[in-house]
Design a protein around this ligand. Structure first.
Ligand code: CO
Ligand code: ZN
Length: 345
């Protein structure tokens, strides 16, 4: 019997329950307080110590290192992409720019929610005869105002996509599944973790969607010997997708390389061997656009060998990102196995 077969239905239900709670909390980069609070409440009973650092990272420690144990850092970013108001016009329309990487194609018609609760939608102006996709300058937020005075939004206010989570078959669709799925899986790993020879630093990091500032300082402060980021990756399984050997439902993707880093080869092998031994389906990720916390962690202090376990995801950075529940469960299974077995080196 493999770990896969012994995964009980509770794991999937637990992760889904966490996702449902976490996805609806707005937490654009730099404003992670509310989601951090929720994570802190859930994991505090399951760790030895927990603190919030100067930048807002949530950092928990757990376990005592045995003779053959290592200090392993795990990082999942808790922030999400969003928009920020740049200008309010005389008719109360809000101009905006991005916080993190926004794709214009996903914006028109979308709903947004500001941190104070104000709602809006993305309107767009098209020039007569325009055939090119509208630019961000042609877009605006309609927040129901009719002039600058009654506009509930001020310059500098932040908003995130506003969309309820949806289940389609074995798949979940929603905003901020990058990276609330990684957060949910890591929480479930923490609260079910059994005996381990290792000691752990768990980081729920801030501002990954900007320049991974949170992971940079959290890794600097730790004396970890190796690190794993838990994040999402794009897939190559939609019509005319860029050529990429990652599919939804194929299991966790072991990062080999992305735009910002080459994963430590020993960690790649450790992940692959562990998955093979346990019969956990897995794939290899070579990502051409984008990177993760691991990029910063590997260059912290004198260097921390790092890798990344990625959850396959479609429609990255859209209001309707999609993941497969099986991939979440298998990512949980592989992470649990990695953290309780012999380390990479
Ligand atoms: Co992202
Ligand atoms: Zn991410």
């Amino acid at each position: 019997m493999t770990i896969v077969d012994s995964l009980n239905g509770d794991t999937v239900e637990n992760i889904k329950g966490l996702l449902r709670e976490l996805v609806q909390i707005p937490a654009p980069a730099g404003h992670e307080g509310r989601v951090r609070q929720a994570i802190q409440e859930i994991i505090t009973p399951h760790v030895d110590s927990i603190k919030v650092d100067a930048l807002g990272n949530l950092i928990a420690r757990k376990g005592r290192k045995a003779a053959d144990g290592r200090h392993i850092l795990l990082s999942a970013h808790m922030d999400e992409i969003g928009v920020i108001a740049t200008h309010i016009d005389a008719n109360g329309f809000v101009r905006f720019t991005s916080v993190g990487a926004l794709f214009l194609r996903y914006l028109p018609g979308g709903h947004v929610r500001f941190l104070d609760g104000a709602r809006g939608l993305v309107g767009v102006n098209i020039e007569p005869g325009q055939t090119k996709f509208p630019s961000m300058e042609q877009m605006f937020l309609d927040v129901g105002a009719s002039n600058r005075q009654d506009c509930p939004v001020q310059v500098g206010d932040l908003a995130v996509f506003d969309r309820p989570m949806l289940e389609i078959g074995n798949r979940v669709v929603g905003k901020s599944l990058d990276n609330r799925t990684g957060v949910a899986v890591l929480i479930e790993v923490i609260r079910s973790l059994g005996e381990s020879p290792h000691t752990f630093t768990f980081v729920f990091s801030v501002q990954e969607e900007l320049s991974r500032q949170g992971a940079m300082t959290a890794a600097f402060a730790s004396d970890a010997e190796m690190a794993i980021a838990v994040d999402v990756t794009t897939s190559g399984d939609t019509p005319q997708a860029a050529r990429m050997a990652v599919s939804l439902g194929g299991g966790p993707a072991i990062k080999v390389r992305d735009q910002g880093m080459i994963a430590d080869a020993r960690i790649v092998r450790w992940m692959a061997d562990s998955a093979e031994q346990a019969g956990i389906p897995h794939q290899y990720e070579v990502l051409e656009l984008g990177t993760t916390d691991a990029q910063m962690i590997q260059v912290a202090r004198e260097g921390i060998p790092s890798g990344c376990l990625s959850i396959p995801l479609r429609y990255l950075h859209s209001p309707a990102e999609m993941v497969d529940l099986n991939d979440l469960a298998q990512t949980y299974a592989l992470l649990t196995r990695l953290l309780t077995g012999k380390a990479a080196f």
